[in-house]
Design a protein around this ligand. Structure first.
Ligand code: SF4
Length: 692
């Protein structure tokens, strides 16, 4: 890798220029982080940096990244988990940074945003060059329906847009409407063959990215670029993964396969236009068998493969293969340009159905066995819905443990909802090996977030990323906030442990007293939507302050209302745990109802937990406690968002102070002053409210 040119100004000088230009204050943690990122790039060693809110971490990695790009001529990729951060980087941080550094570097830093192909309008599909699937056309576009109106909006917007980027459409449109005008990377004909290739929005975005010093993307596209044989991102030797605590979940989503009556029917409809009816009918029948089977199976993890399911999966796989064969050679498209789009779409869905059915069958085969598909199926007709404590009590436990050690993937059934039929899913137990080989293998990766050190150590997350000791360094640059003086962590040890039967009455009383003391100003983070709604309902009758609940309106609208009126409270669940950034007195109290362990019936978490236990580790600590620590730290992190903020994080679940794992969880939280005394906390809240 070419090294930075000696004539480039030092990273410290560039950072000072950048911070001055944005009107900020240089902080020791920010300088330390920028130097560490520079060192990691130069030594080609992976780096994990925990940088608390207020550090100014975007500038701390963007400055050395731009410096490297200017010196080496190679792009640096910055990956984020959320659109909000992407927007912040592209609309705010990078333009200001380019202005600030322009005179100090050989050229003005260029930047670009790049998303997956399905995020851009496909001109070829728009021009009717590709089939619309009947099932996707649930409406007449002229109909005055919500989806019909969205389709009309997309069509109007398509005449004006310069980027074709879906995120430009405000308000947003549903996936169902957007699918009418977009293709996946695998469905795309390729710019060379596509009649609209020269004007393709996705291709134009790639071109712009190819010329940029910094390319902003998301974790999903980063994962696809690393895993697939073809490159979707421009050539790069350095990646910065921001919001790195989300990396494993996002990568897992990318590699999760699904199979249902709908996916099989879509493949039948696409292939049916091009092949003999009898061959397509065979796949249709296999899909109907699958539908009948899944309709009566209990949702949850599939621990052993029932014979009937094994046989049906094998039927689906073989019927899909017959359709693929009937479609003929894949390169036939050049002789048949009219049908190129149809054939590409048919191949893509058939390949998906075939490969996913095979993958599901393989998931039940211990490593090293090459039996015919379906032979591993057991005589049991039930689809087992596993709990969290795998193995150990039944006569086949030793065998089960042995299989668990070798198992690489987990299969589960998700129940149908509305028009979505019951769906089988398959995902890897771990993406660490994949990340290690594909992402960390041939580039330098800097991972950063406000939350990486769980239980005081980076080990939990580095294991999930597949990194081994000696391959990376960890750095915690701390936080500019004075946590012990500005925040209180209150654990309500006098309350009962949370049960399975909804929110205990004592919790509702406690929440009411805390909110009264705070004069509103409360963000309620609940572990389930059911609990958030129950608390809202119970407290709306008791409290004088306005109480908003997630789902009442769009989350961004609710957060706006909450931020705009200090008396208002906002209750909700997962997206609020990580997505709320409200500095100032509107957010003085964060209430967390229970430790956010994964649900016991979460198929992936429970299978991962069982797998760790079967391989001699502590499954609970490695999976459930790690998950909870990450969310708790994110939730508690909502409290202090600026140097002037003060307040209380109240955790109602007494286990945070009393359970054997509480030390690990507490060590994952910011160093607030701690108490278990409710009277002290209410006094503190009253004083804070009076003083603001
Ligand atoms: S190149 Fe692909 S994405 Fe672009 S217009 Fe053609 S088919 Fe659509």
């Amino acid at each position: 890798m070419p090294k930075d040119r000696p004539e480039l100004p030092p990273v410290e000088e560039l950072l000072t220029a950048a911070v001055t230009a944005v009107g900020g204050v240089e902080r020791p943690g920010q300088v330390k982080m920028a130097q560490a990122v520079r060192d990691a790039i130069e030594s080609e060693e992976h780096l994990a940096v925990q940088a608390g809110t207020g550090t100014g971490k975007s500038l701390a990695y963007l400055v050395p990244a731009i410096r490297h790009a200017a010196g080496s001529g190679e792009a640096v990729v910055v990956s984020t988990a959320t659109i909000a951060l992407q927007r912040q980087l592209v609309d705010r941080d990078l333009p200001r940074l380019a202005d600030a550094l322009e005179g100090l570097l050989p050229h003005r830093p260029e930047f670009a945003i790049l998303k997956g192909r399905r995020n851009y309008l496909c001109r070829h599909k728009m021009a009717d060059g590709m089939p619309e699937d009947e099932d996707d056309q649930l409406f007449d576009p002229r109909e005055v329906s919500a989806t019909g109106r969205m389709v009309q909006r997309i069509q109007e917007w398509a005449n004006e847009t310069e980027t074709g980027d879906r995120d430009e459409i405000v308000p947003g449109v549903s996936d169902q409407a957007w699918r009418q005008f977009s293709v996946t990377a695998r469905e795309c004909l390729g710019a060379q063959r596509c009649p609209s290739g020269a004007d393709c929005f996705a291709e134009l975005a790639r071109e712009r990215a190819g010329e940029a010093d910094v390319v902003v993307t998301n974790h999903a596209l980063l994962a696809i670029d690393a895993m697939e044989d073809f490159a979707v991102l421009p050539e790069h030797d350095v990646v910065v993964v921001d919001e790195a605590h989300e990396l494993v979940d996002r990568v897992t989503s990318v590699v999760t396969g699904e199979l249902s009556e709908s996916t099989v029917s879509l493949a039948v409809r696409r292939a049916g236009r091009l092949i003999e009816q009898g061959v397509a009918d065979r796949l249709q029948e296999a899909g109907e068998d699958l539908r009948a089977l899944l309709a009566v199976a209990p949702p949850g993890r599939v621990d052993t493969l029932p014979r009937s399911l094994g046989m049906t999966l094998a039927l689906v796989r073989d019927a899909a293969f017959a359709c693929i064969t009937a479609l003929g050679p894949r390169n036939k498209d050049k002789d048949d340009p009219e049908n190129a789009g149809l054939r590409k779409a048919a191949f893509t869905t058939l390949d998906d159905v075939h490969d996913t059915a095979q993958r599901m069958l393989d998931a039940f085969r211990p490593a090293g066995r090459g039996d015919e598909a379906g032979d591993d199926a057991e005589d049991s007709e039930g689809v087992a819905n596993g709990g969290t404590n795998g193995g150990g009590t039944n006569p086949g436990a030793a065998d089960a443990r042995s299989e668990e050690v070798h198992r690489a993937e987990v299969v589960w059934l998700e129940e149908g909802r509305g028009r979505v039929p019951p769906t089988l899913r398959v995902a890897p137990l771990s993406v660490g090996g994949m990340l290690r080989d594909k992402l960390f293998g041939d580039r330098t990766v800097v991972l950063t977030s406000a939350t990486l050190a769980l239980g005081g150590s980076f080990d939990s997350l580095s294991r999930q990323w597949g990194l081994r000791a000696g391959e990376w360094t960890g750095l915690d640059v701390g936080s500019p906030f004075d946590h012990p003086r500005r925040g209180i962590l209150y654990v309500a040890t006098h309350l009962p442990q949370p049960g399975r039967d909804g929110l205990p009455e004592a919790y509702v009383d406690e929440i009411a007293e805390l909110i009264e003391a705070a004069g509103g100003r409360t963000l309620g983070l609940f572990s389930s939507m059911r609990a958030a709604k129950a608390a809202t309902e119970a407290l709306r009758e008791r409290l004088d302050v306005p109480l908003l609940c997630q789902g009442d309106d769009s989350t961004s609208q609710l957060v706006k209302q909450f931020a705009g009126d200090p008396a208002t409270c906002l209750f909700g669940t997962l997206s609020l745990w990580q997505g709320v950034d409200v500095p100032g007195p509107s957010l003085t109290l964060v209430i967390i109802d229970r430790i956010p362990f994964p649900r016991p019936d979460d198929p992936l978490a429970s299978a991962r937990q069982r797998h760790v236990a079967a391989t001699g580790g502590n499954g609970f600590m490695a999976v459930a406690a790690t998950h909870a620590a990450l969310l708790l730290a994110q939730g508690a992190g909502r409290l202090l968002r600026s140097m002037d903020d003060r307040g209380v994080v109240a955790v109602l679940d007494p286990r945070l102070a009393t359970a054997r794992y509480s030390g690990f969880l507490l060590n994952s939280l910011p160093p607030f002053w701690r108490t278990t005394d409710p009277a002290k906390v209410r006094d503190a809240l009253r004083r804070l409210t009076a003083g603001s």
